[in-house]
Design a protein around this ligand. Structure first.
Ligand SMILES: *Cc1c(COP(=O)(O)O)cnc(C)c1O
Length: 367
């Protein structure tokens, strides 16, 4: 079976330095909020060209803490995309605010800036932008709207570490950027981990406190926070993998280019992208016979996945928002037609060719 990601294969290459890093932490006697975590905060901030990094438990907490730090809560509205992982909308609801969805663009699957203005009310406080699949959203247009209406911008860059937009790395463009190091992400830990980045010292201090029980000095608590910290093992592992991140991202883009060149006359593919505007955390194609193709690939021992089959506005958890089918046709169409193909840095061209041939065979049988 060719899996969606092969994390064990990666260990064949990075195993030695990672085992060494883990041993170092074991022997250090320091397991939470220690030297490795601090170093990772510094290095991730520097990698995404932001001033500060705050290590947290996971990407969902990163989003929650970002919104808390911006004092967003009950009575406030946050504009976001309905076509994303559930956590994006969940974090908005967790702080007590109301998610307000805006349909996506056909080509990038990201929030459509042309449709944001009509959703802004006097309760709107922020835009939560997602760089889906590793492709940047239209940040220039979004930042202009935010400026015009005095809104904050939070970037959900959980799938997009290393993605660039007009010479800047995503996560460091808006007021706050959020990253997930969930194992299958482009920079993955071997457990849960996440990071918040910002250029604002005040927000940095606020988030540092909030993730640690609202406390800066031990046993003195100025606000209600939470326990969401990055542990030293994950930080040590991520410090090793960060050194290879650019190589890993390059491999992804090489594979993506090959897919597109060989498939773009058969199905809807992402465009050929030479810049780092897309780092291909996922490689997604679109076709009407999506479900049939998925089972055909499965029969041929090839995994595929649907990100995401149900847009957020149609999720039961958000039924209280009273959206219904037809509200966001572009997102709904994508949910019905999208299929992610396996893409991971250690995938050989040989394996990729097996996937491409299977796909071609399916199209031939079908049409
Ligand atoms: C993975 C992901 C998250 C959540 O990250 P976790 O670390 O799993 O909590 C949030 N948003 C997006 C877009 C993601 O892909």
């Amino acid at each position: 079976m060719i899996p969606m990601v092969d994390l064990k294969e990666e260990l064949d290459i990075l195993g030695e330095p990672i085992f060494k890093a883990i041993k170092e932490v074991l022997e250090s006697g320091e397991y939470i909020l220690g030297k490795k975590g601090k170093e990772l905060e510094k290095q991730i901030a520097s990698y995404v060209e932001a001033s500060y990094g705050i290590g947290v438990g996971n990407g969902t907490d990163a989003l929650y803490l970002a919104l808390r730090a911006l004092d967003i809560g009950p009575g406030d509205e946050v504009i976001t995309t309905p076509f994303t992982f559930f956590a994006t909308g969940e974090a908005i609801a967790q702080v007590g605010a109301k998610p307000v969805f805006v349909d996506i663009e056909e080509d990038t699957y990201n929030i459509n800036p042309l449709k944001i203005r009509e959703k802004i009310t006097h309760d709107t406080k922020a835009i939560l932008v997602v760089h889906l699949y590793g492709q940047t959203a239209k940040m220039k247009e979004i930042m202009e709207i935010a400026d015009e209406f005095n809104l904050k911008v939070v970037e959900d860059a959980c799938q997009a570490i290393g993605t660039e937009y007009k010479g800047k790395r995503v996560g460091g463009i808006g007021d706050i950027g959020c990253f997930s190091f969930f194992p299958s992400k482009s920079l993955g830990a071997y457990g849960d981990a996440g990071m918040v980045v910002t250029n604002d010292k005040n927000l940095y201090e606020k988030i540092s406190k909030l993730r640690n029980h609202g406390s800066q000095i031990k046993y003195i608590h100025s606000t209600i926070g939470m326990n969401s910290r990055l542990d030293e093992f994950q930080a040590a592992i991520l410090l090793v993998k960060l050194k290879y991140l650019d190589i890993l991202l390059h491999k992804r883009s090489e594979l993506a280019k090959r897919y597109t060149m060989k498939l773009n006359n058969l199905v809807k593919t992402p465009p050929l992208i030479e810049s780092r505007e897309h780092t291909f955390h996922q490689y997604c194609i679109e076709l009407d016979e999506r479900d049939q193709l998925a089972s055909f690939l499965h029969q041929n021992e090839i995994a595929s996945a649907i990100y995401y089959p149900i847009p957020l506005h149609l999720q039961e958890a958000f039924s209280y928002l009273n959206y219904h089918e037809g509200n966001f046709p572009v997102a709904e169409k994508a949910a019905n037609k999208i299929l992610a193909l396996p893409i991971f840095p250690s995938m050989t061209f040989e394996k990729q060719d097996r996937i491409i041939s299977a796909l071609k065979k399916f199209i031939k049988i079908k049409f």
